[in-house]
Every structure is written in C-alpha cells, then in structure tokens.
Design a protein around this ligand. Sequence first.
Ligand SMILES: NC(=O)c1ccc[n+]([C@@H]2O[C@H](COP(=O)([O-])OP(=O)(O)OC[C@H]3O[C@@H](n4cnc5c(N)ncnc54)[C@H](O)[C@@H]3O)[C@@H](O)[C@H]2O)c1
Length: 209
Amino acid sequence: MNQPKIPQATAKRLPLYYRFIKNLSLSGKQRVSSAELSEAVKVDSATIRRDFSYFGALGKKGYGYNVNYLLSFFRQTLDQDDLISVALIGVGNLGTAFLNYNFTKNNNTKIEIAFDVDESKIGTKISGVPIYHLDDMEKELPENVKLAILTVPSHVAQAVTDRLATTAIEGILNFTPARINVPEHIRIHHIDLAVELQTLVYFLKHYPK
Ligand SMILES: NC(=O)c1ccc[n+]([C@@H]2O[C@H](COP(=O)([O-])OP(=O)(O)OC[C@H]3O[C@@H](n4cnc5c(N)ncnc54)[C@H](O)[C@@H]3O)[C@@H](O)[C@H]2O)c1
C-alpha cells in the first residue's frame, strides 16, 4: 500500500486506534464519531481528526467514520495481515512474563523463539516457545524474525545487541535501562519504566486533571 510519510507521533497512536476500532467492529457497530473515539482512547478529538486526515480518512459531519472502512484501512497500514515474528533475549522475570503473555489478544504477533545463557533454561519451553543458548543465536534465529525484545541484565545489553546486529534483526525493543548503540540499519525503541513513571509524575504535577 502506498502511503504518505506520517508524523511519528501519529504513527504511535495507530495501534491504539486499531485496537478500539477492532472491538467496535466485533460488537457490530457501523460508525463512530471522533468524540466517541476520543473518549475511548483518551486522545483529544482534534488530534484524532488530524491523524486521520494524513491518510485521507475523512469523517463526514454528523456521521463520523465508517468502522469497517477504518478497520481495513488500519489493518493494511499496520500490516496486521502479516505475521510479526519476534525473538526474545533474556528469559528471566520479565522475559518469562512476556513469553507467558505472548500477545494472546493479538493473533498476528508472536514470540517464536527465545535465548538465554542459563543452562537450566536451555532446551525447555515456556508457553510453547523454545529456549536456545545465546551461543546458537546466529544458527537458530529464523530469517523471518526481524524483531527482538531485549530483557537481559543491563550490563550485557550492548554485547547482546552487537550480536543481534549481525543477524536479520531490524528492530529492537529494549526493556533494559541501558542506552544502547546500534548500527544504522537497526531501529531501537527503549521502554524504561522509571522514565515513564517520572513522566507521569511530571504530568500530574504540571497538568493536573
Ligand atoms: N523485572 C521487571 O519488572 C523489569 C521491569 C522493567 C525493566 N526491567 C529490566 O529488564 C531486564 C531483565 O529484568 P529481569 O527482572 O527479568 O532480570 P532477570 O535477572 O530475572 O533475567 C535476566 C535473564 O537474562 C539472562 N541473561 C543473562 N545474560 C545473558 C546474555 N548474555 N544473553 C542472554 N541472556 C542472558 C539471565 O540468565 C536471566 O534469565 C533488566 O535489564 C531489568 O532492568 C525489568
């Protein structure tokens, strides 16, 4: 699908919209207004209208948006028809929780394979996902796996990333507090709970409800 470049902030909100619209469609609803969407996803309706306008998805005054149109549109935009296969590195507390969760509500995203260095975990499975030794990563990582979730101790995060950079991996979701350097061809997103909480505290203080 040919798409114009959209702002990153808009792109980040798309999965949020998609999830809500999918539920609407499942419940048989045919149309939705930007005000209803706004209430559900907690994004102001002017922002929603602007976001949607990037795709030429224009709601009609007094009618709103057609749910099925939006659904097929978001599906294509977010490549929801393609299977997203993920590798997880570091099967500790957090990694194990992710394997057990394994995007159960999102049937196109799946952690397919996991790696660790702890011998007691190698060769076992968690929720059906096989765990291999990190030493075998280059050998075992399937070519179709382009994303990795990093849940290793922070002091090994850079070394593990350097290894990932030599594989087919193109995107890394880093849950460790380490700030990691990646080569040009890899995109890295950091999810730092402490930073997120600090941001929330800041907003509570400066923009109280
Ligand atoms: N537990 C949490 O709630 C939480 C929340 C946010 C962020 N984090 C971060 O996520 C990371 C993991 O946290 P955790 O609590 O699951 O830690 P953990 O110690 O329980 O798990 C780490 C796992 O990584 C494995 N490991 C160690 N070296 C490795 C290597 N070189 N290659 C592959 N695997 C290796 C260990 O064997 C272990 O299974 C940490 O960086 C932590 O700061 C944890």
